[in-house]
Design a protein around this ligand. Structure first.
Ligand code: ADP
Length: 178
């Protein structure tokens, strides 16, 4: 391995940045788009902490514990991925865990303005924290947790948008009239 952490293997190029990255979000619920981003991040960074924001101003369909359970199940097969929750400022959490990178997903230009503002605000608070944007497979660019919740609430098909265990939980919620 070279000193800058980039090494060539016979099967191809592997980039190991030896960095801890956090991937914060509401994950209400986790979708295949989020999972696509987590997989990409786990291939780039040595440690990825999927970080559930618990005190966001958003009202959520799933409780903190439910969302954590789904995150754990979705990431169980990824050895360098951990799940955590935080309340408060994301920069504070990044400091606590020694993360210097924050991963965010960019689906379309419409995401950009908000994400750009957040990235610069976060870096203003913690200059060592950079935001890295990853783009999911095109088939997930129109996918969001809110659209999935809405389709599920009306009894529509969501199997290609979320893992089976998330689909089951969404169906249970809509049967309970939530
Ligand atoms: P937040 O409330 O922080 O936006 P979300 O759970 O909605 O939380 O999203 C977390 C991150 O995942 C954000 O960076 C968002 O842009 C990204 N994301 C959401 N859905 C997708 C998707 N389908 N493909 C790629 N990234 C996504």
């Amino acid at each position: 391995m070279s000193r800058n952490g980039i090494h060539l293997l016979s099967k191809g190029l592997t980039i190991d940045l030896h960095k801890t990255a956090i991937y914060p979000g509401t994950f209400d619920p986790i979708t295949n788009g989020h999972i696509d981003i987590i997989r990409r991040a786990s291939a780039i960074f040595s440690r990825v902490i999927v970080t559930l924001a618990v005190n966001s101003s958003k009202a959520t369909l799933f409780t903190t514990e439910e969302r954590l359970a789904m995150l754990r199940e979705a990431t169980a097969g990824l050895a360098n991925v951990e799940v955590a929750k935080f309340s408060g400022l994301v920069v504070e959490f990044a400091r606590q865990v020694g993360a210097t990178v924050m991963v965010r997903g960019l689906r379309a230009v419409s995401d950009f303005e908000y994400e750009f503002q957040m990235a610069l605000m976060n870096r203003k608070q913690e200059h060592s924290l950079d935001t890295v944007f990853l783009m999911p497979d095109e088939k997930y660019t129109y996918l969001s947790s809110s659209i999935v919740r809405e389709i599920a609430r009306h009894g529509g098909t969501i199997e290609c948008f979320v893992p089976k265990f998330v689909e089951d939980r969404l169906k249970a919620k809509s049967q309970n009239g939530q």
